[in-house]
Structure formats: structure tokens, C-alpha cells
Design a protein around this ligand. Structure first.
Ligand SMILES: *[C@@H]1O[C@H](CO)[C@@H](O)[C@H](O)[C@H]1NC(C)=O
Ligand SMILES: *[C@@H]1O[C@H](CO)[C@@H](O)[C@H](O)[C@H]1NC(C)=O
Ligand SMILES: *[C@@H]1O[C@H](CO)[C@@H](O)[C@H](O)[C@H]1NC(C)=O
Length: 469
């Protein structure tokens, strides 16, 4: 990465920036009283070092000989015990299970299947991440997307075909009426309830996963397709809105995944930072590439927690297909506690805010004995991981949450909090939403985000230094 001199200079500059910004920030906190409960917790030193959490602690799962990038742990269906799976998920770790699809009801859903099968072959895929000026979605039937010989490269380059993936959001049919969907140009009438039911009929919970995830698996399937012959085809780096863990099963072709937890935050943000490809424009771009890439072959599955940045690229020349689901048992409760400051200060994670608040409130009104019996709550509070919760652990976690909320109230400019509840309940989704705000508010959001990002840059360079192996 950097030479030592360069690193020192960068860190010095970063500290200077932190100092300057703290002076500036002080103005924002004038007149706001600090919460009583918050005074004993240090938000800044709460989170573990990335190297500790993602590298050293990973050794309790698997012997790692290779040093370099942080590992994506590898398992096979037979080598992954349910207790291990639960711990991996609770810690929010990304990991691969090889060959999972071999014994799955979808094991024959290869590229040829999507070309020929009656229910699928004429289903329309919606082109994603196309860098065109057109706002109109572009559609292509699966039998075309999946036919390997279709892409003649020079032609594909000209039209942009083969340079973006196609999405089939089959989960959407259960939440919206057929009429509502027919009015939405981002939705295809070929995405039917019958197709969803067919997918649900082929859905199983892997044997290492808790059985009551069946419901979430049935509710959340989505497909991703990639044409053959395209180069660098895939999803741009982004963070999903949902608060659950995700897994993706490669059905055919090969795909390279890059995943990482979001970076630490120095200040609470009110606007999303990880919309598609946004990260490529920031200095954070360098340091989010901490984990080794995971390459999935047909039948391989990748699991990762919420608040994970992820990007995919097709590998090889053939077409590719994968299916993705969410699941929520167990909750990634260890991850949520360990990285609570960055999760609470990042607008992209706002679906996790009510969950964390719920856990905290539950912790406050539940007696110790009951806490020990509730797996999610126990893991959320068990800071030292010894399997039981002490009064001081409970107090520390509850106080941290209160301190974070106090910090949001003290630092996010009043105009944003009071007019729109920004940073408290609401967040600004993207530039379009920002453009719709009254000018005064828009300016305030923009100013605050520039400020918050400068603080982030400082933390970021410190973080790169700490993450260096
Ligand atoms: C995981 O498995 C893949 C394929 O078998 C292999 O290429 C990769 O090096 C493995 N990674 C680790 C960390 O063992
Ligand atoms: C799903 O399975 C049920 C029960 O076996 C069956 O009645 C139904 O026709 C199946 N649906 C589809 C679309 O395959
Ligand atoms: C990145 O920056 C370029 C140049 O400033 C801009 O045109 C582009 O829209 C930005 N991309 C994203 C995803 O923000």
C-alpha cells in the first residue's frame, strides 16, 4: 500500500483535519446538553480493530496460513456444523459454502434450463447499472440473455449489451397487486405469482441453517443473470437497504464477489453513502478492498451480513445465473453490537436502527435470567463472548446506544433534525430525493455531508494504517 513516510504524512494531515473539524463541529453542539447516561462510554474506542475482528478472530473458525487480504472462510456443506454457521452469521462474517447446490432442488437450474424451461424462458430480465442517459428500463427475455453465442463482442461494446446484469425481482409479486405492478415500468408482467410459487416449491433451508428461516427464504428470492461474452459485467459496489443477512447461490457460470463491512464513521450522516458505485469516487475506495475476493462456481454459495458493501463481476466467458435470499435467524447481533457506532452513523443502515433500538429497550426491561435465555439478545449484550451477560455488559451496551443518540442530537444541524427528523428517523436516499428538498434544507444537507465526509476521510486513513498487515 503506502510507504511509511507517505503514511506518516497522511496520518499527520488526517489528525490535523480531525482537529480542525472538531473545532468547527463544536459550534454545532453549542447549547445542547449531553445526556447523563452517555458520559461513561467512549464511542471512538468502542469498535474493535478491523485486523482483530476480521483476521485474528477468524482463526477460531479455520486455520489460516495465508497472510495478505482478510480471508473469506471456505466451508463445504458437510464441513459446516449448525453451531459454527450460527456463530459466523452472528458475527456478520462473509463466508463461502462450496458445493451447496449439488444437493439442492435447484441443482439442475443451469444456464440451459433458463433458456428452455417453459416458465422461465420468456421471463423478462431488467437491465441494471446501465450507464445510459435513458431513464427507461431495458428488458430482455431470459432465453436471449442466457444464450451463450449471442454476443458478438464489437457489437456488444457498441450497444452496451453484455456490460450489465439483468434482474428478475420475483419477490415483488407478493407485496404489490397485479394492477399496481402493471402501472410500474420497472416491473414486468412476466414476473408472475405462478413463477414465484415455482421458485418457492424449489426452496429448501440448508441443513446447517435454522429451519424457521423458511419463511424469509420463500419471501425474498431474486435472480441475477449475466450474458456471455461480456467483460466486467456485474453489480456496482453498494449496500442493500434490508437489515437481514444475505446469501447468494451460484446456479451457473462464475462470479467474482468483493464484499466488505462499511467503514468507521467519525460523525453521524443523514444521507446515504453507498448507492450504486458511489464509493468509487471516494478515498474510501482504497480501503474497502480488505477481504480477498470470493469466486463462486456453480453450486457455491456466499453468505454475508447486513451493512456489507458488495460488488460482483462475471468471470469466464459463458453466461451466468444466481439466486439471492435474505434470512434473519440468528440475527447478526454480535456484529451489530461490535460496530454499533458506524452502523448508527451511516444513513444506508437506517433499517438497522429500529432493530438496535428494540434490542436495547428489550435489554433494559428484561431480567438477567431471561436475557440469558434469549439467544439474539444474549449475543447482542455478551461483549466478551463468554456465553453469559453481566450487569456491566448490559449497562455498557445500553449506554453506548444512548451516547450515539445524544451525539446525533448534538451534532446533526438542528434544521435537519427538526424539519425532517433527518438522522433520527429519516435519511436522504439519493441525489434525486435531495433535489426535491426546499433549497434551504438541501444546502444544509449538502454542507453537513461534506463536513461529515471530511471527518470520515480522517478516520479512513487511520483505518487503512491500522488495517495494514
Ligand atoms: C477456498 O476455496 C477455493 C476453491 O476451492 C480456493 O481457491 C481458495 O483459495 C480457498 N480459500 C481459502 C482461504 O482457503
Ligand atoms: C407448487 O407445489 C404445489 C404442491 O405440490 C403444487 O400444487 C403447485 O402446482 C406447485 N406450483 C407450481 C407453480 O409449480
Ligand atoms: C463520480 O464522479 C464523476 C466525476 O465527478 C461523476 O460524473 C459521477 O457521476 C460520479 N459517480 C457517482 C456514482 O457518484
Amino acid at each position: 500500500m503506502f510507504g511509511p513516510e507517505l503514511l506518516d504524512a497522511a496520518m499527520f494531515a488526517a489528525r490535523l483535519r480531525v482537529f480542525c473539524c472538531c473545532v468547527l463541529l463544536h459550534c454545532y453542539s453549542c447549547g445542547e446538553a449531553k445526556s447523563e447516561n452517555a458520559k461513561n462510554v467512549d464511542i471512538r474506542s468502542w469498535e474493535p480493530a478491523e485486523t482483530q475482528y476480521w483476521l485474528h478472530d477468524a482463526r477460531s473458525f479455520q486455520a489460516l496460513d495465508k497472510m495478505g487480504a482478510f480471508p473469506i472462510l471456505n466451508f463445504t456443506r458437510d464441513s459446516l456444523r449448525p453451531e459454527t454457521f450460527d456463530r459466523l452469521v452472528q458475527e456478520g462474517r462473509p463466508f463461502v459454502v462450496r458445493g451447496l447446490g449439488k444437493a439442492h432442488p435447484m441443482k439442475n437450474w443451469d444456464c440451459d434450463f433458463f433458456r428452455h424451461q417453459d416458465l422461465f424462458r420468456n421471463v423478462q430480465g431488467r437491465r441494471e447499472y446501465a450507464d445510459t442517459a435513458s431513464q427507461q428500463p431495458q428488458w430482455m427475455p431470459l432465453h436471449n440473455i442466457m444464450s451463450s453465442s449471442m454476443v458478438d463482442l464489437p457489437e456488444a461494446k457498441k450497444t452496451g449489451a453484455g456490460t450489465s446484469p439483468y434482474y428478475v425481482g420475483i419477490k415483488d409479486v407478493q407485496y404489490r397487486s397485479p394492477h399496481e405492478l402493471s402501472l410500474d415500468s420497472h416491473y414486468s408482467p412476466t414476473w408472475t405469482r405462478e413463477l414465484l410459487e415455482f421458485v418457492q416449491n424449489h426452496t429448501v433451508v440448508p441443513e446447517f441453517m435454522r429451519g424457521n428461516n423458511m419463511r424469509s427464504l420463500r419471501d425474498t428470492p431474486e435472480f441475477w443473470f449475466v450474458q456471455g461474452g461480456g467483460e466486467s459485467t456485474g453489480a456496482k459496489a453498494h449496500v442493500d437497504v434490508h437489515p437481514e443477512s444475505t446469501w447468494s447461490l451460484q446456479l451457473c457460470g462464475e462470479k467474482r464477489w468483493r464484499v466488505a463491512a462499511i467503514s468507521p464513521r467519525a460523525a453521524p450522516h443523514v444521507m446515504k453513502l453507498y448507492q450504486d458505485g458511489q464509493i468509487y469516487n471516494r478515498s474510501e475506495h482504497r480501503s474497502w478492498n480488505l477481504f480477498e475476493d470470493a469466486v463462486l462456481f456453480p453450486g457455491d454459495a456466499l453468505f454475508f451480513g447486513p451493512a456489507f458493501i458488495h460488488q460482483t463481476l462475471s468471470e469466464g466467458v459463458g453466461p451466468a445465473a444466481s439466486i439471492t435470499w435474505q434470512f434473519d435467524d440468528p440475527m447478526p447481533a454480535n456484529f451489530m453490537r461490535a460496530f454499533m457506532p458506524r452502523l448508527r452513523f451511516t444513513a444506508d443502515c437506517h433499517a438497522l436502527w429500529p432493530r438496535m433500538q428494540h434490542l436495547v429497550q428489550w435489554a433494559q426491561r428484561t431480567d438477567m435470567q431471561k436475557i440469558q435465555q434469549s439467544s439474539d439478545l444474549c449475543v447482542f449484550l455478551d461483549m466478551d463472548g463468554d456465553g453469559s451477560v453481566t450487569e456491566s455488559e448490559r449497562t455498557a451496551v445500553v449506554s453506548l446506544w444512548k451516547a450515539l443518540i445524544s451525539e446525533v442530537k448534538a451534532k446533526v444541524p438542528r434544521i435537519l433534525r427538526q424539519r425532517m427528523q433527518l438522522g433520527l428517523e429519516a435519511v436522504v436516499e439519493d441525489q434525486h430525493e435531495l433535489a426535491d428538498l426546499p433549497k434551504k434544507l438541501r444546502d444544509a444537507v449538502q454542507q453537513w455531508e461534506i463536513m461529515a465526509l471530511q471527518l470520515d476521510a480522517a478516520v479512513e486513513s487511520d483505518f487503512s494504517a491500522r488495517g495494514e498487515l
